[in-house]
Design a protein. Structure first.
Length: 62
């Protein structure tokens, strides 16, 4: 799905948006909440997909 570099970039963007939103006091804005939710879900889904894919490859080898 996503490569390592893309995952790290998404994590960095998520942290930057959290930081900027906290400094600017805009975390209550719906658009910011939606953006954060989409970024977080994308990262989590990518992690689950990669682990599932590795497990499937390990089962096929044995």
């Amino acid at each position: 799905m996503l490569k390592d570099r893309q995952s790290l970039l998404l994590c960095g963007i998520l942290i930057a948006v959290f930081f900027a939103g906290g400094v600017l006091n805009i975390l209550n804005n719906f658009a910011i909440k939606a953006l954060l939710a989409v970024l977080l879900l994308t990262i989590v889904v990518n992690l689950v997909y990669i682990k599932y894919k590795e497990k499937q490859e390990d089962n096929n080898i044995s």
